[in-house]
Design a protein around this ligand. Structure first.
Ligand code: ZN
Length: 494
C-alpha cells in the first residue's frame, strides 16, 4: 500500500483504537463496576498511550510525506491538511507535560467533587490554581495571536477567537434581557405538566424508544442505555450509543434529554462509513455537534407542530397524568421561561446568560485578570446582574459544573454557538422545505434528514463550523436568527 491508501489504512487503525477507548468509557459510565475503576483507568491509559505513540511516530511522518505528494485530488488534500493541523498540535505538548496536566486534572476533579458536596470553594482553590497555571502554559505551547484564552478555545472550536465570542455575547445579552423582562412582566408561566406527577419508569422507557424511532435513530446502528447523566458516544458510525435518565416524577427530563442525545446520534450515524477514520468521516466541531442536538431538542422538539404530533402519544402512555390537558399545555410546559441558578436546568432563553458569565469568568481567569479566590464573588455578582438571583451557596453557584475541574476552559462557548447555529439552520430549513410545520405535525422528518445529510453530515470535518454554516445557509453566523426564533415563539406564548 502506498500514498493515500496507506494513509487511510493507518487512520483506520487509529479509529479502531479510539473505538476501543470509547467503548471502555461508555461501559464505565453505564455499567459502572466499582471494583474495576482503577484497572479500567490503567487500561484506558494504555490504549491512549498506544494511540498517541502511533499518531506521532507513524501517522505524522506519513502525513508529512504525503502532503507534498503530486496527483492528490482536492478531497485527499483536504483530509490530509486537516490531519496535519491536528498532528502539529498534538506534538506541541511533551509527554511529560501531558502527564502533568492529566494528573492535575484528576486531582482537581476529585477535590471538586468533595468541594461541591460540602459547598466549600476554599478547598478547591489550590487545585484550580495549579490547573490554571498549567492551562496557561498549554496555551503558550500551542501559541496564539491575541490572548492565551484563544489557544484553549481553539481546542474545542477550531479557529474561534475570544474577541469574536465576546462580540456575539454582547449582541445576544441585551435582546435576551429585554425578552426576559417582557416575559417577567406578564403572568407567571403555566405549571409544567410533565413534572410532579407519576410517570412510571417502564412506560417512560417505552415512550423514549418510540420517540427515537420517530426521529429516525437507527437501532441497527445504535444502542440506548440508562445513566445518571445522559450522553452520547460513537464507537463508529455503525455503533452509536446514547443514554437517557429516567425519574418517575419528571417526564420532561427523560423526553428532552432523549431527543437531545438523538440529535447527536443522528449526526454520528450520518457520517460516511466508506471513509471511516478520515476527517471527512468525523464530526466538524463541538459547536456543530451541539447544533444538531439542539436543533432536534429545541427548534423542532419544542415547536407547536412537534408538540401536537407527540402529545396524543403521551396521553396514551400516561392517561392518568395527562388526559385533562391539551397539546398546547404541553407546548407551554416545554417552553417555560424562568431564571434559575443551575445551568443544566435553564430554559432556552436564560441558558445563554449562564454561558456568557462562564465565558467572561474563564477568559479573565486564564488571562490573569481574575484571581481564583475572587471567583465565587465575581460569579455571584454576575448571576445577580444577568438573572436577578442571589446565590445561596457555592454548590449552586461556582461549583455546579464539572468543566473547570477537568481543565476544560474554552468549552462553554460551544454550547451557545450550538444554539445559534441551530437557529440559523432551522431558519433555512423553514425556507427550503415548503411544508415543514405540516411535516413535523405528522411526524414526517425525511426532508429534514435529507437536508442535514446533504449540508452537515456529509461534510465531516473538512470544513470549519463557519464554512459549513455559510454553505448551508448562505450567510455567516448571525445571532439575529436565534433572537428572532425565540421572539416569535415566546411572544405568542407570553
Ligand atoms: Zn449535547
Amino acid at each position: 500500500m502506498q500514498g493515500f491508501e496507506a494513509y487511510h489504512h493507518q487512520k483506520k487503525i487509529i479509529a479502531d483504537l479510539e473505538a476501543a477507548i470509547n467503548l471502555l468509557q461508555w461501559d464505565q459510565e453505564v455499567n459502572n463496576i466499582k471494583g474495576s475503576l482503577a484497572r479500567r483507568a490503567s487500561q484506558l491509559g494504555t490504549l491512549s498511550a498506544i494511540k498517541q505513540h502511533k499518531l506521532i511516530n507513524e501517522t505524522y511522518p506519513l502525513v508529512q510525506k504525503l502532503c507534498d505528494a503530486p496527483n492528490l485530488s482536492t478531497f485527499e488534500q483536504k483530509n490530509i491538511e486537516q490531519d496535519l493541523k491536528d498532528l502539529k498540535k498534538i506534538t506541541r505538548l511533551s509527554v511529560e507535560f501531558a502527564a502533568q496536566l492529566a494528573e492535575a486534572c484528576s486531582w482537581a476533579q476529585s477535590v471538586w467533587e468533595e468541594a461541591k458536596k460540602e459547598s466549600n470553594f476554599k478547598i478547591f482553590e489550590e487545585p484550580l490554581e495549579k490547573l490554571l497555571n498549567l492551562k496557561r502554559q498549554e496555551a503558550e505551547y500551542y501559541g496564539y495571536d491575541t490572548e492565551p484564552y484563544d489557544a484553549l478555545l481553539d481546542i474545542y472550536e477550531p479557529g474561534a477567537q475570544a474577541k469574536q465570542i465576546a462580540e456575539l455575547f454582547s449582541s445576544l445579552i441585551p435582546p435576551i434581557k429585554d425578552l426576559l423582562s417582557h416575559i417577567q412582566k406578564k403572568t407567571k408561566p403555566a405549571e409544567d405538566i410533565l413534572i410532579n406527577q407519576i410517570f412510571p419508569k417502564e412506560k417512560q422507557w417505552a415512550l423514549g424508544i418510540d420517540t427515537l424511532k420517530h426521529l429516525g435513530f437507527n437501532f441497527e446502528k445504535g444502542h440506548v442505555g440508562v445513566s445518571s447523566h445522559p450522553f452520547s458516544i460513537a464507537i463508529s458510525m455503525e455503533d452509536v450509543r446514547i443514554t437517557t435518565r429516567i425519574d418517575e416524577n419528571n417526564l420532561h427530563l427523560m423526553l428532552y434529554s432523549t431527543i437531545h442525545e438523538c440529535g447527536h446520534a443522528l449526526y454520528e450515524q450520518g457520517l460516511p462509513p466508506e471513509y471511516y477514520g478520515l476527517p471527512v468521516a468525523q464530526a466538524c466541531s463541538l459547536s456543530i455537534h451541539e447544533s444538531q442536538s439542539r436543533l432536534w431538542e429545541n427548534n423542532i422538539g419544542r415547536s407547536l407542530a412537534f408538540c401536537e404530533f407527540l402529545f396524543p402519544q403521551l396521553v396514551a402512555y400516561f392517561p392518568d397524568a395527562l388526559q385533562n390537558y391539551t397539546a398546547y399545555h404541553f407546548y407551554q410546559s416545554v417552553n417555560r421561561v424562568e431564571p434559575s441558578l443551575i445551568r443544566i436546568l435553564a430554559d432556552e432563553l436564560t441558558y445563554h446568560l449562564h454561558i456568557a458569565l462562564r465565558f467572561e469568568l474563564e477568559r479573565s481567569l486564564i488571562n490573569g485578570q481574575l484571581k481564583v479566590k475572587e471567583l465565587p464573588e465575581a460569579w455571584n455578582q454576575l448571576i445577580k446582574e444577568y438573572l436577578g438571583l442571589e446565590v445561596p451557596n457555592d454548590a449552586q453557584g461556582v461549583l455546579q459544573d464539572i468543566h473547570w475541574s477537568l481543565g476544560s476552559f474554552g468549552y462553554f462557548p460551544t454550547y451557545s454557538l450550538g444554539s445559534l447555529y441551530a437557529a440559523q439552520f432551522y431558519n433555512t430549513l423553514q425556507k427550503q422545505i415548503p411544508n415543514l410545520q405540516e411535516d413535523i405535525k405528522q411526524g414526517k422528518f425525511e426532508s429534514i434528514h435529507q437536508w442535514l445529510q446533504e449540508n452537515i453530515y456529509s461534510k465531516g470535518r473538512l470544513y470549519t463550523s463557519e464554512e459549513i454554516c455559510q454553505a448551508a445557509t448562505g450567510e455567516k453566523l448571525n445571532p439575529q436568527h436565534f433572537i428572532d426564533y425565540l421572539k416569535n415563539k415566546l411572544e405568542t406564548i407570553y
